[in-house]
Design a binder for this molecule. Structure first.
Ligand SMILES: Nc1nc2c(ncn2[C@@H]2O[C@H](COP(=O)(O)OP(=O)(O)O)[C@@H](O)[C@H]2O)c(=O)[nH]1
Ligand SMILES: [Mg+2]
Length: 654
């Protein structure tokens, strides 16, 4: 506990940091309104940013062969307070289904949802089934009664006895299943395909999601798990056990499902070397034990090809025991805190970096824009002030000011007209880009492939059809990339001209960045290749294979495609937004100034009251600029773990 805060404290700090950002964004919005700088475009951009923050989630997947202690570790990390094992964990092969743990913040309820395994024979993917609550069996969970809750949660591990034929139809490989001793000839399969557990817990309330997976058998039989759910996780914790070492099936899981290039979990893949307590009772004493643990640790790291510090030796069981008994020594010895530290430092830091790079830089850009506009308003007012220095108003200089303001106004007015036509040009460019990734186009590719697959009689023919689908998509996206480059060049030229003509040197175009989509589709194509050559799919009957391919890979491609489409639809509008915003703001400010100056010339107010009024206005403007500065400082504040890293570096503690 001497470390700098446990997981929940850090997640809390992260949450507060996000909350503060949300508050600052709200303040900025009000500020814009107060200063007449608000527009529909800015509003949309701010809304996007807010959604990103509010919906932000963090998924950690626990993966490994059965009986490595994944569920035990989840119990220790999140349910130790209940004083008992909440999720079923047992010796031997726990035939559990993939389980997701989170807190449903929209309904504010605790519950368990179970999806019957039979849905595997249907046409719907897990992703689609999530939107159909009537397909799931629902149990309420009463957190005030942990004993009952535990019994309800035991459902997750329920098995069913089925014939080998039926098991095959459900997508299982017979030889990886346990025989039913009570019904010789039958095999045991999990009764559920997926479990969703919503449970109130400080971490889950803050957007943490946990994915608990069963062993290799289930990984192979639910392609969606390996193709979209696992790669989508922000971090993967790979579980090994000190009593078995790294076995062949552990290595298969690592190589095929975790150590792949195409996953999102850039925040990290970590290995946990569990059950170190089996090495504790060494007759040769503590030092010897530590040496033994270190040996297994470096051997494991070498085997997996990761750094030794990314292998955490621990004891989930002793950690759970220690935590529920409040036995600090035992908790310390279990080393479970070290894993929490790692999660905090790597995973949260990564998320913070993402938010900082995307949202914050965007926000700071907008603020800078607004500040520049306010600054030029202030400068204009200061010039007016000099016209009021003497005892009489210097009418000539006021007239000059008015004239210049009028000219500037016309300049921005024209600029806006040009920009609007540039925007129309962008719109038509955008339409062309959108056509390349339209939904109809995608569905046309899909149905063409479906037909080719069902007409094909050979494995080779099927394979070609499947690959052809990805080829079509890749071609579309490559075209998008080159068309997008052209459009980006055009935007670049617009900005260069604009920045050359005005004083706004800080404005930069927002890129389309279509390259990442091409990479994503190529990676999905690689996955599809692996899907095709997996021995299980080679033996699957044709209609089932077509269905599986569509459920999983076409489904995944569809999601990706929709994401690309949303980006492409938004971009043409956003690309010119910064200069549009700047011009609008300038025009707005000049309009005010002109009105005021004209007013002054016409009404012939006395110098003193005019000077007072000007003083007040400039003072107010300075205050507004100070406010903007304060917001800027707040938004720039480093995120909690980044901050902590600095502290750590300074104090030299690792
Ligand atoms: N000795 C020891 N046993 C453990 C530890 N963690 C889990 N186990 C046991 O290993 C078995 C399998 O655990 P479980 O969590 O169900 O494994 P999973 O299949 O990976 O989820 C259970 O009997 C646990 O009690 C540990 O740290 N030490
Ligand atoms: Mg388990």
């Amino acid at each position: 506990m001497s470390m700098q805060g446990t997981l929940s404290q850090q997640v809390e700090a992260y949450h507060n940091w996000k909350k503060e950002l949300i508050r600052q964004i709200g303040r900025y919005r009000l500020w814009l309104q107060d200063n007449n700088l608000f527009s529909e475009d800015i509003s949309a951009r701010i809304r996007n940013g807010l959604e990103l923050l509010i919906e932000d989630e963090l998924t950690i997947a626990f993966v490994g062969e059965y009986s490595r202690g994944k569920t035990e570790l989840i119990n220790a990390l999140f349910f130790a307070d209940y004083g008992q094992r909440m999720l079923p964990s047992q010796a031997g092969r726990t035939t559990m289904c993939p389980t997701e743990l989170f807190y449903d913040r929209s309904s504010n309820q605790n519950y368990l949802l179970l999806l019957p395994i039979e849905t595997r024979t249907g046409d719907l993917s897990l992703h689609q089934l999530r939107k159909q609550p009537e397909r799931w069996v629902r149990h309420e969970l009463d957190a005030r009664n942990p004993e009952v809750m535990r019994e309800v949660l035991a459902e997750v591990a329920r098995v069913k006895s089925v014939t080998p034929h039926h098991a095959r139809q459900l997508g299982f490989e017979e030889d990886k299943l346990e025989q039913d001793r009570k019904m010789p000839g039958n095999v045991l399969v999990p009764a559920w395909r997926n479990a969703q557990i919503s449970i109130k817990n400080p971490l889950f309330e803050r957007g943490l999601r946990i994915l608990d997976t069963p062993g290799l058998n289930a990984l192979g039989s639910e392609p969606e798990l390996t193709i979209s759910m696992l790669p989508g996780a922000h971090a993967v914790i790979f579980m090994l056990s000190a009593d078995t070492g790294v076995t062949a099936s552990d290595m298969t899981i690592w190589n095929e499902h975790i150590d792949t290039e195409n996953a999102d979990h850039r925040a990290g893949r970590f290995a946990v070397l569990n059950k170190i307590d089996v090495l504790w009772d060494d007759l040769h004493g503590e030092i010897h034990t530590q040496e033994a643990i270190e040996r297994v640790r470096s051997y494991t790291a070498e085997h997996l090809g990761i750094r030794t510090q990314d292998v955490i030796p621990l004891s989930a069981k002793q950690g759970l025991l220690g935590r529920s008994r409040h036995d600090r020594l035992l908790v310390a010895r279990s080393n479970i805190d070290q894993l929490e530290q790692l999660i905090v430092q790597r995973i949260l830091m990564h998320k913070e970096e993402l938010i900082t790079q995307n949202l914050i830089s965007d926000l700071l850009g907008m603020l800078q824009n607004s500040q520049a506009a306010m600054q030029s308003r202030l400068e204009a007012l200061e010039e007016e002030q000099t016209a009021y220095q003497g005892t009489t108003v210097d009418r000539n200089s006021i007239a000059r000011l008015a004239e210049r303001a009028q000219k500037d106004y016309e300049f921005y007015y024209k600029k806006l007209i040009t920009l609007r036509s540039s925007r129309r040009l962008m719109d038509s460019q955008g339409k062309m880009l959108c056509k390349l990734v339209s939904e109809q186009r995608f569905e046309a590719h899909a149905s063409k492939v479906r037909q080719r697959m069902s007409e094909s009689w050979t494995t080779a023919g099927m394979n070609q059809a499947m690959d052809h689908f990805f080829e079509l998509l890749e071609t579309d996206l490559t075209n998008l990339l080159s068309e997008g480059h052209l459009a980006e060049k055009m935007v670049g030229a617009i900005y260069r001209r604009y920045n050359g003509d005005t004083r706004a040197r800080h404005l930069e175009p927002i890129p389309l960045r279509a390259g990442r989509h091409v990479i994503a589709i190529r990676e999905l194509r690689k996955k599809a290749r692996r899907f095709r050559i997996s021995p299980k799919n080679l033996l699957t009957e044709q209609s089932l294979l077509v269905r599986r391919f569509f459920n999983v890979l076409v489904g995944e491609a569809r999601t990706l495609h929709a994401r690309v489409r949303a980006d492409v639809e938004r971009w043409p509008n956003e690309a010119l937004l910064p200069i549009m915003q700047y011009s609008m703001e300038q025009k707005q400010l000049l309009e005010h100034q002109i009105r005021r100056l004209r007013d002054m010339v016409r009404t012939n107010k006395d110098v003193r009251s005019e000077r007072e009024r000007l003083d007040n206005t400039t003072a107010d403007l300075r205050r507004q600029l100070e406010l903007a500065d304060a917001m800027m400082r707040q938004i720039r504040k480093p995120a909690p773990t980044l901050l902590q890293q600095k502290v750590v570096n300074i104090s030299g503690v690792i």
